[in-house]
Write a new protein. Structure first.
Length: 603
């Protein structure tokens, strides 16, 4: 190449480098305020749509149902679980072999001409005559091909990673369950606080006006010097104490409805109509407490416990991945190629092969990787034990809190009755002049505060009731509850009623998975089926009751022995299946239900 050509080449390369670098440079681009404003308008419109209009008085079940359906943070949890599912789908494709299709076009300015010279005494020998060049490739070529490769080691590692992705998805689902449980509990607290605010704020305003009028009259008397200044100031201080108490009361209640609307996924300005509850209308939750069964249920169902199990499985798969990396990699390949170079004898051809390789440095790091993975398993086990202890503690604390809230509510209701009686009596006496105006105002304030305390105590027992079932991991609604607020609210009410009846035990081994078939153990014996003793997670003495699918007695040909948990078919039993419901109940009234199909032996 001449000096001029070399200079031209360098100049072109420099220009291309400058253009490439300048084209790849990125500068910060702040979002314009106009763009933010437009998006804000769209967001506000979106927040106001997507759910039906509130009609009539809002019940606690409907409030929880709307929150579970429309709460934005709840949707985020659900979408995170969906993202994990998509990542699992993508991880499954990593286990597939590599199949690559390619096509290309190549051109060059000159032929790829080469010269062959003799090689004598380890040196090339050039002759003095003209060079004899040859070519084996055209200036322009089209090529295409398909390559198949499969690595046994990559497949094994991808399989382990896919299982970890599956566990990560299950962790996301458990986190979603926990978010649902927390949301339902939070909505109940906000609902009952809103009920208190809806009623009491209407009473705070008139009482505050009465206090302001009394203050103005006292100040006017002080300015006209119609009473002792010390008595006047003392009276005004008492009134100001009352006003401060009213302001604190108002501050505690203001914003309750807005908070409830936000939890239900509604704009804060949404109008919410709530019912008014009096003492005799408060339906106190009833609960059967059996700590032993509650502990068993919690260790089986709490999202934190299940999450710790999945994390331990992920750590164990890290150990498997570390062990897999100790093995050599066995790879298989196959391909089909085409090249339109006219100098080739064969323009298309196929090839196949296999190879084995091993990184010798793995010998030195495999031990460290394996030890690190084993340590992560031990950490996961300790985390599971710590989570189990925390869960058991929460179960006991939730039970103690519920008992304390029962006593607190009873005291608050009695205190409210006494305060209202005193307030009515003093108000009548103030009308007749027997007591002063300040005393009447104070007693009305005391009655108002007592009413708030009663409402807060009722909200507390509702929260304590919900916390009991959250502490043992029970979901607030069945999976097939429905897609509308009304259907979901009905499911919530039914689930709550079942909890109050004592249905909090867990079916550990569903009878349907125990091959429920009536079989004869020996010739001439009656066909029978016995379900396992560890079918239900129930503490204490367990009694079993059975019924058909229609909640009626078993057919006459089928007998059940609760002592041995055995079904026996009598003579003349029909050769058709029967759906059976089993209720396992302990001496504390705690029970679990399991439904299965009992089939005759078909041979």
């Amino acid at each position: 190449m001449t000096t001029k050509a070399q200079a031209t080449t360098r100049w072109i390369a420099s220009i291309a480098a400058v253009i490439t670098i300048s084209g790849c440079a990125v500068s910060p681009e702040p979002i314009g305020i106009i763009d933010v404003q437009e998006q804000a308008k769209k967001d506000v419109e979106t927040l106001g749509t997507g759910q039906s209009v509130l009609e009539g008085e809002l019940t606690p079940e409907v409030a929880v149902a709307r929150a579970l359906l429309y709460n934005r943070e709840r949707h985020v949890r659900s979408m995170q679980a969906a993202l994990r599912s998509n990542q699992l789908d993508a991880a499954n494709f990593d286990m597939l072999p590599s199949l690559t299709a390619r096509a290309g076009y190549t051109t060059r300015s000159e032929f790829s001409a080469t010269e062959s010279v003799p090689f004598i005494d380890d040196e090339p020998v050039r002759n003095d005559g003209p060079a004899n060049y040859s070519i084996a490739q055209e200036k322009e070529r089209y090529t295409y091909g398909v390559d198949f490769t499969w690595s046994v080691l990559d497949f094994g590692l991808s399989y382990v990673r896919a299982k970890q992705k599956a566990d990560a998805y299950l962790i996301a689902k458990e986190e979603e369950r926990k978010a649902v449980q927390n949301l339902a509990q939070e909505v109940r607290g906000a609902y009952w606080k809103s009920v208190s605010a809806d009623r009491l704020l209407e009473k705070v305003g008139p009482l505050m006006t009465e206090v302001d009028d009394a203050l103005e009259r006292s100040r006017q008397i002080g300015r006209e010097r119609l009473s002792d200044p010390l008595n006047s100031y003392s009276y005004q201080r008492s009134l100001l104490d009352v006003k401060r108490s009213l302001s604190s009361l108002r501050a505690e209640l203001v914003g309750a409805k807005e908070r409830l609307a936000s939890l239900m996924g509604l704009p804060p300005a949404t109008r919410i109509e709530l019912p008014s509850y009096e003492n005799d209308e408060l339906d106190e939750p009833q609960l059967k407490l059996d700590l032993a069964t509650m502990e068993r249920t919690a260790l089986l169902l709490r999202p934190e416990i299940l999450t710790s199990h999945y994390r331990e499985r992920i750590s164990r798969n890290d150990v498997r991945a570390a062990l897999l990396q100790m093995f050599p990699d066995l790879s298989f390949s196959a391909s089909y190629q085409y090249d339109d170079n006219e100098f080739l004898r064969f323009n298309d051809w196929a090839s196949a092969g296999a190879s084995i390789s091993y990184d010798l440095l793995n010998i030195f790091q495999v031990g460290a990787n394996r030890d690190a993975a084993k340590t992560s398993v031990e950490i996961a086990q300790e985390q599971r034990l710590a989570a189990s202890l925390a869960v058991l503690t929460q179960v006991h604390l939730a039970a103690l809190e519920f008992k304390a809230s029962e006593s607190k509510l009873e005291t608050a209701k009695n205190y409210l009755d006494v305060s209202r009686g005193i307030s009515d009596l003093v108000t009548r006496q103030a009308s007749s002049g027997s007591v002063g105006e300040l005393q009447a105002i104070k007693e009305r304030l005391n009655a108002l505060v007592a009413e708030l305390r009663r409402d807060l105590a009722y909200a507390q027992i509702q929260n304590a009731f919900a916390r009991i079932f959250s502490s043992i991991g029970l979901d607030p609604y069945p999976m097939a509850a429905g897609d509308t607020p009304e259907e979901l609210a009905l499911g919530l009410a039914n689930r709550r009623a079942a909890w109050e009846e004592g249905q909090i035990a867990v079916v550990v081994r569903p009878i349907a998975e125990q091959e429920p078939v009536l079989r004869a153990d020996s010739p001439g014996a009656q066909p029978s089926f016995q379900f396992s003793e560890d079918t239900f997670a129930l503490a204490g003495n367990v009694d079993y009751q059975v019924m058909s699918a229609q909640s009626s007695a078993l057919p006459a040909w089928l007998q059940f022995d609760p002592a041995t948990r055995t079904f026996t078919a009598g003579p003349g039993a029909p050769a058709q299946p029967v759906t059976v419901m089993v209720k396992a109940e302990n001496d504390q009234g705690i029970y679990a239900l399991d439904r299965f199909v009992l089939r005759p032996n078909q041979g």
